[in-house]
Design a protein around this ligand. Structure first.
Ligand code: KG4
Ligand code: ZN
Length: 352
């Protein structure tokens, strides 16, 4: 019997094993029919990198190498499936750290060859969007997408399924990078985003009027966060010189307020001018409680017909369920990767 696309030979939903090793999370997941998560195992290396204040690429690659096979076994076991039940393998092949990506890519190729299964190469950045599809919400087009992670800040327009157009991106620091750098400056720990998110709840967001960089009309959908970071450094420097004590909760709440306001207002402006029917947020910074709240508060009254899709918290940061989900439409179209697939550290949005 020949299987229908998307279904396996028994007529059940196709099972895809996703593999993710682009940065400091070693992850594997089994997803059925592109939407139903049967297992999602994520092993974070945060503790290994914390004392360096950021990800050390060499340590990340070595750790992926040690852990990945065990994580894959756990994902299969938790899903209650065997290698023989799978229909395809999916791997994140960029963007990311080259050594880290190579571990996932080499493992996926070896498995695809040994199991004689198709291999699907997934763009890690685009995969972040799928955290929203896994949530089960149907999407209406056109959709404006804000991807905010440790390495990227992108505003995109999804005109229809798979038709992506870039509206703008950061010119310097990514939103997550700004959170991490400010946290490092304040010696709060790594990664900085969740720590600032928590500490900011005790502070006054209006305490310090940090700059918002709106940029000119031609760049109205671009972002710049390095000036905000410098403003935080200058504020601390001047306060200390004058012998004033600085309330760290007030400082981080005001920093977060400035950053979130820019993200939300630019997304709203793009949604308005593109007559978007939905807005999606994705990436690690989409876990930020203030961003989630503020986006809802601003969009709902301004554009009442628009649907805001916010991924569940556990799917905002790197995971392999989003990789398996993103692979599903490619698998259905028979868009398979060759066994000489390489890692692409600088892969852009919209590139295969
Ligand atoms: O998407 P992700 O897991 O990895 C990349 O692909 O970069 O994003 C990680 C980033 C880090 O910069 C981290 O500080 C940030 O997401 N992040 C947050 C929060 N949780 C994670 N930033 C702000 N608030 C949070 N709650
Ligand atoms: Zn990511």
């Amino acid at each position: 019997m020949k299987a229908e696309p998307g279904l396996n030979k028994t007529g059940k939903e196709a099972l895809i094993l996703g593999i993710e090793t682009s940065c400091d999370e070693t992850a594997a997941a089994v997803v059925a029919g592109g939407r139903r998560i049967l297992s999602s195992i994520v092993s974070s290396q945060v503790e290994l990198h914390a004392r360096f204040g950021g990800v050390v690429p060499e340590i990340a690659s070595r750790h992926h190498l040690t852990l990945l096979n065990t994580i894959i076994d756990q994902a299969l076991e938790e899903a209650g499936v065997k290698f023989a039940d799978l229909q395809a393998l999916a791997v994140s092949h960029g963007p990311g750290l080259v050594g880290a990506l190579l571990v996932g890519v080499a493992t996926a190729k070896a498995l695809a060859y040994a199991l004689r299964l198709p291999l699907v190469a997934v763009n890690h950045l685009e995969a972040h969007l799928y955290a929203n599809y896994l949530n089960g919400a149907p999407l209406t087009y056109p959709a404006v997408i804000l991807i905010v992670s440790g390495g990227h800040t992108e505003l995109l327009l999804l005109e229809g399924p798979g038709v992506i157009r870039s509206l703008g991106r950061t010119r310097d620091d990514a939103a997550g990078e700004a959170f991490d750098k400010v946290a490092r400056l304040l010696e709060l720990g790594y990664p900085g985003g969740p720590l600032i998110d928590k500490l900011a709840r005790e502070g006054n967001p209006a305490a310090i009027d940090f700059p918002r960089s709106w940029l000119g009309d031609d760049s109205r959908y671009d972002f710049s966060f390095s000036g905000l970071k410098t403003a935080v450094i200058n504020h601390l420097y001047h306060a200390r010189r004058k012998g004033e004590t600085v309330s760290i909760p007030d400082l981080v709440a005001s920093f977060q307020e400035a950053l979130v306001e820019v993200l939300v207002e630019k997304t709203l402006a793009a949604a308005r001018s593109c007559r978007a029917k939905s807005v999606l947020i994705a990436g690690g910074v989409a876990a930020n409680s203030h961003l989630r709240e503020r986006m809802q508060q601003r969009l709902s009254p301004a554009l009442p017909d628009l649907t805001l899709h916010v991924p569940p918290l556990e799917l905002c940061t790197d995971n392999a369920a989003m990789i398996a989900a993103a692979a599903y439409p490619l698998y259905r179209q028979g868009l398979f990767a060759p066994l000489n697939l390489n890692a692409h550290p600088g892969l852009q949005i919209g590139s295969a």
